[in-house]
Design a protein around this ligand. Structure first.
Ligand SMILES: Cc1cc2nc3c(=O)[nH]c(=O)nc-3n(C[C@H](O)[C@H](O)[C@H](O)COP(=O)(O)OP(=O)(O)OC[C@H]3O[C@@H](n4cnc5c(N)ncnc54)[C@H](O)[C@@H]3O)c2cc1C
Length: 442
């Protein structure tokens, strides 16, 4: 039976492990804190399949200075960290040209377009079917012309298959009476869903994997070493775990592993914050997205979660919970009846690439090492589909979508590498020497 090692027990690593186990592999998950509190535990819980436009878009740079003027606004860069961020920022700017946005959006629509095909069977199998609420989402605008200013984005989403229903203030308040009259208009996106509790999802999935034969090794993966018929994970302390294939799903920390292997990756921590209020005194039917102020409110089973913010300060910076508090104040403006007491604050590192696309595919140095990271704002949404796509790579099956836009080679400084990789992936399938089944000699 083929042994697969998955580094990282967040939603992405666990989804990969699920797919590998389901296909008959022996699975070992390595995590320095398997039940720990990383991005997958505390996110907003949105299955945001309608988010098919990248963060970097033409004209964004006009809004950035306005956001940055507010120290607790939706975007912040920690000054001391900015020099290290420059290559990422440069590539973020490059991703925002009209042609790049078209290319990236097509890739995002392809992956998001199969989210429910992969997520629903996984949720059903592990006992989470009742934790998915297919209620759509409301995006609301406070300024009369906010919706008009964003109409080109909504049109672009429509063109990619997203259902978009424009609503008046009265229609919005009919759907969510807790919203104050400051809301002027908005959009209903019925394809969006939310879940009961992100932490419950990873806890239940991890439990299911353990109950069904997966092994979890607690340890910090320091180095990956390709060997002729597989790869070794060297743990902090010197012990080793060897597999026929190793999948790197270490969230925002994956960049270190990839660079140690020799692949160039532009991956940054985009830190987000939220507060969960167990007894908010108001009820929401669905997730609400505040377009002008860039934050969201999700009615989870454990309370109302209010969150957002994009803070670029690296993985080591201490969190600034003033951001979480500022978002609660904003929420109070939109939900005047909301009670703020007893809120639990949290922050987590989104693994952000400059082009808003995850990295899914083989590493440069070894086809036995597969990357599955960099899902940014959409890791919960795209986790089960990433599991399916990586499962296909492990099996040597043709994935249901083109993986070329997700290749790590797009970050390479070697001229032509990305385009060469695009054409070779497109020309030959499966790539040379891959097994056709997960039942293997090891
Ligand atoms: C505030 C906020 C709100 C969000 N809202 C949403 C949302 O509504 N919808 C959505 O789809 N996404 C959302 N996201 C994004 C989503 O949470 C992430 O994209 C996703 O959780 C990333 O999952 P992951 O498994 O890649 O990483 P993580 O959950 O960070 O897991 C990585 C794991 O790898 C382990 N690890 C790292 N390095 C090593 C190492 N060297 N050795 C061993 N183990 C290691 C860590 O301990 C950790 O357990 C949000 C994120 C934030 C911060």
């Amino acid at each position: 039976m083929m042994r697969i090692i998955v580094v990282g027990a967040g939603i992405v690593g666990l989804s990969v492990a699920y797919e590998a186990l389901r296909n008959g592999a022996s699975v070992t998950i390595v995590d320095r804190n398997p039940a720990g509190d990383k991005a997958s535990h505390g996110n907003a819980g949105g299955i945001a399949v309608t988010e098919v436009i990248p963060a970097s878009i033409p004209g964004l740079w006009k809004k950035v200075p306005v956001w940055m003027l507010d120290p607790l606004g939706p975007l912040s860069l920690r000054t001391a960290y900015t020099p290290r961020l420059l290559p990422w920022l440069l590539n973020f700017a490059r991703a925002g040209t009209a042609s790049e946005v078209r290319r990236i959006s097509t890739a995002l629509a392809a992956i998001n377009g199969r989210v429910y095909d992969d997520l629903i069977p996984l949720f059903t199998q592990v006992g989470l079917a009742d934790d998915l609420f297919r209620k759509g989402a409301l995006t609301v605008y406070e300024s009369e012309n906010g919706l008009g200013n964003d109409r080109h984005e909504w049109d672009a989403k429509r063109a990619l298959g997203v259902e978009v229903q424009e609503l008046t203030a009265a229609q919005i308040r009919g759907m969510e009476p807790a919203l104050s009259p400051v809301v002027k208009n908005g959009v209903f996106t019925p394809q969006w869903s939310h879940i009961a509790d992100p932490k419950k999802v990873v806890d239940v999935l991890r439990g299911w994997l353990l109950a069904n034969g997966a092994e979890i090794v607690r340890g910090q993966a320091d180095r990956l070493v390709p060997i002729s018929d597989g790869a070794k994970v060297v743990l902090n302390g010197g012990s080793e775990v060897t597999g026929r294939k190793v999948v790197v799903a270490a969230g925002a920390w994956s960049g270190r592993i990839a660079s140690q292997l020799g692949d160039r990756v532009l991956l940054e921590s985009e830190r987000g914050y939220n507060t969960t209020i167990a007894a908010p005194g108001i009820a929401l039917e669905r997730e609400v997205i505040f377009a002008d102020r860039k934050f969201v409110a999700t009615p989870l089973s454990i309370g109302l979660r209010i969150g957002g913010a994009a803070e670029f300060g690296g993985l080591e910076a201490a969190p600034n919970y003033a951001r979480a508090k500022a978002l609660v104040k904003l929420a109070k403006y939109y939900f005047p009846e909301m009670r703020e007491e007893g809120g639990v604050e949290w922050s987590g590192h989104r693994p952000a690439t400059p082009d808003s696309l995850p990295v899914i595919g083989r590493s440069g140095p070894s086809s036995n090492i597969i990357y599955a990271f960099g899902h940014g704002h959409l890791g919960l949404t795209q986790g089960p589909t990433t599991g399916k796509l990586v499962g296909d790579l492990l099996l040597g099956r043709k994935p249901p979508i083109d993986l070329a836009p997700f290749s790590v080679a797009r970050f390479s400084l070697k001229k032509g590498t990305f385009h060469e990789s695009l054409s070779s992936e497109a020309r030959t399938w499966p790539p040379n020497g891959e097994p056709s089944e997960l039942v293997d000699d090891q």
